[in-house]
Design a protein around this ligand. Structure first.
Ligand code: SF4
Length: 276
């Protein structure tokens, strides 16, 4: 609520022209807790008759993400719409001859944004559709870029609106609704995406992945080594030494992390991930 001197006023919302009962409400349902909380707020505001949960399958997600999507959709009483390019991030990197990183992630554009946009183009008239994205108040700086990126659809960010909820509060909310949250959070990941092996993550998350799921780290390491053989000295991560920025391959990160430990975790699980 926005307060004036004399009256509490609902925060004005920039809606397209049609009456609210003609609007289609499309939640970008990533499988993260923020997108779930977003869907719950839209349900409270508009009901679920015209609610769509739109999820993009990168073919690299934690199976538990799909368990959560299914549980959440059943709880809301809707059937999720799941779109997919069909490739994994690593298959995209091979096709693009470019390994994604924290600044440029073609996997996100090709595996998530494009399939979702294709679905919207075919099914959701921008004049009568609102798109909802589950980022929260702590990431509010991202909203202008997201709005620009989804034009001509109007975008709202319900978790950037008060009351502010922390991630822990959203997780508690899910439990209170009888839904087991995605296991990624209990496993120490800030986001539930690409099974913890996101190319946008930094060294800290990759070290964490090595610790809690060495086989998944090894799979990513092998994929990266495979592309390094073709593309040269490129890597997901970079580091700055003596004022010079250079690639930091996962193999080297693992070598450093396990320098005093044995046995090392080799890239033995690579093949499994290629077709994931
Ligand atoms: S979560 Fe990370 S690795 Fe997966 S598609 Fe998005 S940017 Fe790429």
């Amino acid at each position: 609520m926005a307060m004036t001197a004399s009256h509490p006023q609902p925060t004005p919302t920039a809606l397209p022209g049609p009456p609210t009962d003609e609007l289609l409400h499309v939640v970008q349902f990533s499988g993260g807790i923020g997108s779930w909380a977003t869907a719950m707020r839209i349900k409270a505001e508009y009901g679920t008759d015209r609610l769509v949960l739109l999820a993009a399958d990168t073919k690299a997600e934690d199976p538990d993400l799909w368990r959560f999507v299914g549980d959440a959709a059943a709880h809301l009483g809707v059937t999720p719409v799941i779109v997919a390019d069909g490739r994994t991030p690593w298959q995209v990197f091979a096709d693009q001859r470019f390994i994604g990183n924290s600044r440029i992630a073609p996997c996100s554009r090709i595996l998530k944004q494009k399939p979702c946009r294709d679905w919207l183009t075919a099914n959701a008239d921008p004049a009568t559709t609102i798109l909802y994205v589950g980022i929260d108040w702590s990431e509010q700086l991202r909203t202008p870029g997201i709005e620009r990126g989804w034009k001509p659809w109007a975008v709202r960010f319900p978790m950037c609106e008060p009351p502010d909820l922390t991630k822990a509060q959203m997780l508690d909310w899910a439990r209170a609704e009888g839904i087991e949250p995605p296991r990624a959070y209990a496993n120490g990941f800030a986001h539930n995406n690409c099974f913890g092996a996101c190319v946008r993550a930094g060294q800290q998350q990759w070290r964490h992945l090595l610790q809690v799921a060495p086989e998944r780290f090894a799979a990513a390491e092998a994929e990266e080594e495979h592309l390094r053989d073709e593309l040269g000295d490129v890597a997901i991560l970079r580091e700055r030494r003596n004022g010079v920025s250079r690639p930091l391959p996962l193999r080297e990160l693992r070598r450093r992390a396990t320098a005093n430990a044995a046995p090392e975790h080799g890239p033995s699980a690579a093949a499994a991930n290629r077709s994931a």
